[in-house]
Design a protein around this ligand. Structure first.
Ligand SMILES: Nc1ncnc2c1ncn2[C@@H]1O[C@H](COP(=O)(O)OP(=O)(O)OP(=O)(O)O)[C@@H](O)[C@H]1O
Ligand SMILES: [Mg+2]
Length: 224
């Protein structure tokens, strides 16, 4: 029997946001991703895409189920171990960029590397920023940059640590079509050339076309 190795696997995860009216944002979901896979998650606004992605990234905890990263059950890890795991294995591109306003673009990009106690390869970081067309923003602060430039900075930050898993929440939501293609091609390159696992949330069919697998989500229910 084929022994299929998943890099990222969620078993029976669900998430309800409590409140006056509880929102069942994610219902009993099983989903798994292999090494080198480029998957897109598509669905309407409010369908649960960000909820699913944040749980896969260990940025949020599911109410039920388990999450396995590279075969390890991370549901059981304590916060400190989990943070280290996340830092080393996962790159996350936030829907709202999530840049530090008091740091320049370059400082934002290298932040996760420094957090891990390492020193960046300056030339490699600059090459990455150049590839994304934001080298001219090197020393700018987020408020001095356009939305698209901030988004590309967030992409660079996620790729800078060379993580095995890249989770991208609408990484091209604020980009013109040429920049969007550029980002999609870079993600595609990362999956093909470096065998990274990419999961990208998108509204845009032309972005989803870059992925080799499309996952649909509606009202917290996932289908393929
Ligand atoms: N922190 C929260 N507290 C309460 N409800 C929330 C919270 N975050 C999300 N929700 C609700 O959960 C549902 C799923 O939200 P989610 O952000 O996952 O959607 P989405 O598919 O990413 O939407 P979009 O395309 O607009 O980004 C929505 O009904 C939303 O209102
Ligand atoms: Mg969202």
């Amino acid at each position: 029997m084929e022994n299929r190795k998943y890099v990222l696997e969620a078993k029976g995860i669900s998430r309800t946001y409590k409140g006056e009216v509880p929102v069942h944002a994610l219902k009993e979901t099983n989903i798994a991703f292999r090494e080198g896979e480029f998957a897109a998650i598509v669905g309407k606004s409010g369908s649960g895409k960000s909820t699913l992605l944040r749980i896969l990234a260990t940025l949020d905890v599911s109410d039920t189920g388990e999450l396995y990263i590279e075969g390890e059950n991370v549901t059981a890890l304590n916060d400190a171990l989990l943070a280290r795991f996340r830092r080393r294995r996962i790159g996350f591109i936030y829907q709202d960029y999530n840049l530090f306003p008091e740091y320049t673009a370059y400082e934002n990009v290298v932040f996760p590397i420094h957090l891990d106690g390492r020193t960046e390869d300056r030339a490699a970081i600059e090459a990455l920023m150049d590839k994304l067309g934001i080298l001219h923003c090197r020393d700018k602060f987020p408020h001095e940059m356009s939305g698209g430039e901030q988004q590309k900075t967030s992409v660079a930050r996620a790729l800078a640590t060379e993580p095995a898993i890249i989770l991208a929440d609408e990484p091209t939501g604020n980009l013109d079509s040429e920049s969007a293609r550029n980002v999609a091609e870079l993600l595609s390159f990362c999956s093909k050339e470096y065998r990274r696992t990419i999961v990208m949330v998108t509204h845009d069919q032309s972005m989803a076309d870059y992925a080799e697998r499309i996952i649909r989500i509606a009202d917290g229910v996932v289908s393929e």
